[in-house]
Write a protein that binds this ligand. Structure first.
Ligand code: ADP
Ligand code: MG
Length: 687
């Protein structure tokens, strides 16, 4: 048996209890220890003199214990051990709290190495609870660079170190390199053996960096290969071929002239669907660029060819909006539309499913209720996902396979989150892209201002003027938490206050936990114009389109990310009137203010996304696993741009040369790619 496959509970010194904790860190076998990478390092390799120490720094000193070891007990029951040490440059106080065992391990007159953070004040610098070792035995917790691991309570660094050491001892010789020599040479990457040794126990920080560089490359490389394979597999797939038809009659019913960017996107999609191959296309355009029109044209083409289409949205409110808008439009062309959301009664649901199966519905609009098992179609040929950045790759694919069983449905994906280009490549690496880089004519950029509470009265005055001029207002309030009742109370208080300022005006409230019928009623009132002010959570963040609403007020703006604020702001500026966005914040934090000011400066979603990514990193940027990609363990899509480029280039070159990855030198790659996607439950994509 391969020693690295040994389960951790059988490893000396670990046992059942710790094994359970380790499992929570996804450490199940010795090999997993090797892949549990440090998040940082503590350089305890260099010794400093006492006179050189700086406040706040962490440092190692070699010093002689100068005083007796006296333990005292404080009133709270805390034990305190204090003593002084010296070297040839000075002396230093050391204190241990609640660590009685220390006393028995130290001896006056002996020399030790201590490591810790220099605290205290200028006159009395001090080490508190430092790590220590006798000089003769040094080298384990001092005198070296120590890895810093992500930790949970119940485990310690030394347990992980022990596990990694055991793994290296058991399996160092078995550590083959899955990257071929030629590739390693070309990108100057260290061998897997060295990389594993040095990422955990580097002799120098440079060694650690080289090890990390290798793993970052490797991770991005396998990811790029996997995405490319998905793409080329899809490209080979046959799709239902559509006959081309004249869309002119449909366009004239839209009530506006399409922009040339919209026209181009529609042409590209229609050509895809007529090609006999499967369409996998992303329509990317900033908020308000008119992506819905592109989707509807595709639906029209598909249905007029005798097939069905489905449109999936991330929120019920958005599904409803699409339904109420599109159903009357399509009805003029005898296209039958239905709405399927989680909030329907099971009887209604069953009824709709039945009709979809029989082909009595041409376009089914809904939330992820659409991908449930019961939902089937007679001849589904097109699947559209709106606001794709809210879904995962998996969800997108699940719907695709709901066709007739004979052929996969064409996929059209719409995304407003303007991903920086490098990221778009990774996120949508398996799709062809149409970009709508033009807004409908006559749009004025939204004027954005940052305000504090002091300006509130003045802002309200302005809001009233706008309402008298016939406009409507959104107020987004982060206080309405989707789960927290207490916060709901805060919103009610907010509402009452608002009613004082806006007496006689209809104000509505909307949040995610409301009954669907109530939500619908409120959205209806707002859309019709009867309701002037809509106070809401971020449920209105995506897709909502009420052109007469021209003001977006965002409370506690500092609590939102830039891209999210941009999405929210995208709810206004959808008609011909000048629109405004007012960001309220009481934050005095310079960084925060700087971040919010980006929004006041530009309306360009791409710029904002780049900035957001730079400031927050991709984790937050995409929210929790919203992107549906395999988790990245070590690479960071925001800061490893160069590595990403290299990895993509290498992946492309390799697949051109050897698409099947069956050559012995590439088998390791094939296996790792499969593992990466399988682990993330996307195996269906790669079989
Ligand atoms: P998004 O790209 O954010 O999904 P929508 O499709 O919701 O944008 O369109 C935003 C608004 O612009 C809608 O009210 C839509 O009717 C309108 N619109 C779309 N295309 C045009 C156009 N070419 N000319 C004028 N208005 C348009
Ligand atoms: Mg939209």
């Amino acid at each position: 048996m391969n020693g690295l496959e040994t389960e951790v509970r059988y490893v000396k010194g670990i046992g059942e209890k710790r094994a359970k904790l380790l499992n929570r860190l996804s450490i199940h076998t010795l090999k997993d220890f090797l892949n549990y990478f440090p998040r940082d390092y503590e350089d305890r390799s260099k010794l400093k003199k006492i006179s050189e120490l700086q406040f706040g720094e962490s440092a190692c000193i070699k010093a002689v214990l100068a005083t007796d070891l006296n333990t005292s007990r404080k009133s709270g029951g805390q034990t305190v051990l204090k003593f002084r040490v010296f070297d040839d440059t000075g002396s230093l106080g050391i204190t241990y709290f609640n660590q009685t065992y220390v006393k028995n391990q130290l001896c006056k007159g002996n020399e030790y190495i201590f490591f810790g953070k220099i605290q205290g004040d200028f006159l009395r610098p001090e080490l508190i609870n430092p790590a220590f070792e006798a000089v003769s035995k040094a080298g384990k917790s001092t005198g070296r660079i120590l890895p810093v691991y992500p930790m949970i309570s119940g485990l310690t660094r030394s347990i992980i170190i022990q596990g990694v050491e055991a793994a290296l001892a058991a399996g160092f010789d078995e550590l083959n390199d899955d990257l071929p020599d030629s590739l390693r040479k070309q990108y100057d990457l260290v061998h897997a053996k060295d990389a594993y040794q040095n990422i955990h126990f580097p002799k120098s920080l440079a060694d650690a960096l080289n090890a990390r560089k290798r793993f970052i490359f490797e991770e991005l490389f396998f990811l790029s290969i996997g995405l490319r394979q998905i793409k080329s597999m899809r490209q080979k797939e046959n799709g239902i071929p559509l006959e081309s038809l004249d869309l002119g009659v449909f366009f004239s019913a839209l009530g506006f002239t399409l922009t040339s960017a919209q026209n181009k996107a529609i042409n590209e999609a229609v050509l895809d669907m007529a090609s006999g191959k499967l369409m996998n296309r992303l329509i990317q355009g900033d908020v308000g660029s008119g992506k819905t029109a592109v989707a509807t044209a595709c639906v029209y083409a598909v249905v007029k060819n005798g097939y069905q289409a489905a449109l999936m949205t991330p929120t019920t409110i958005l599904a409803e909006q699409h339904f109420f808008r599109l159903a009357p439009l399509f009805e003029r062309f005898s296209i039958r539309t239905a709405l399927l959301t989680g909030s329907l009664s099971s009887k209604d649901k069953a009824n709709i499913c039945e009709k979809a199966k029989n082909g009595e519905i041409d376009l089914l609009i809904g939330t992820h209720a659409l991908i449930q098992k019961e939902v089937g179609f007679r001849n589904l040929a097109l699947v559209i996902t709106d606001e794709q950045h809210r879904f995962g790759v998996n969800q997108r694919t699940a719907l695709m396979t709901k066709g007739t069983g004979k052929a996969l449905a064409h996929t059209l994906v719409m995304s407003a989150t303007p991903n920086p280009r490098t990221l778009a490549l990774i996120l949508y690496g398996d799709l062809d892209v149409s970009i709508i880089d033009e807004l409908p004519p006559g749009r004025k950029p939204v004027k954005t201002a940052l305000r504090g509470n002091l300006a509130r009265k003045k802002v309200y005055q302005f809001l009233k003027q706008q309402i008298f001029a016939g406009r409507q207002i959104y107020i987004v309030c982060p206080l309405v938490d989707e789960n927290g009742n207490e916060e709901l109370k805060a919103v009610e208080a907010y509402a009452d206050e608002l009613k004082n300022d806006f007496a006689d005006m209809e104000i509505g409230f909307l949040h995610g936990r409301m009954k669907p019928s109530k939500k619908e009623e409120i959205m209806c009132k707002f859309t019709s114009g009867a309701m002037k002010i809509l106070v809401s959570t971020t449920v209105i963040e995506v897709g909502i389109d009420v052109p007469n609403a021209t003001i977006m007020v965002i409370e506690n703006a500092e609590r939102f990310g830039l891209s999210q604020l941009h999405q929210l702001r995208g709810r206004v500026g959808r008609g011909d009137d000048q629109s405004y966005c007012i960001l309220f914040t009481e934050s005095k934090n310079e960084e925060t203010i700087k971040r919010l000011e980006v929004l006041c400066r530009t309306n360009d979603g791409f710029k904002i996304a780049e900035e957001d990514l730079r400031l927050r990193g991709p984790g937050d940027f995409f929210g929790k696993r919203q992107h549906g990609l395999p988790d990245l363990k070590i690479a960071n899509l925001a800061s490893n741009v160069k590595e990403l480029k290299d990895a993509q280039e290498a992946a492309e070159r390799l697949l051109q040369r050897e698409p099947g990855l069956t050559h012995p030198e590439n088998r390791g790659i094939a296996r790792r790619v499969k593992e990466l996607f399988e682990k993330n439950n996307q195996s269906g994509l790669l079989n």
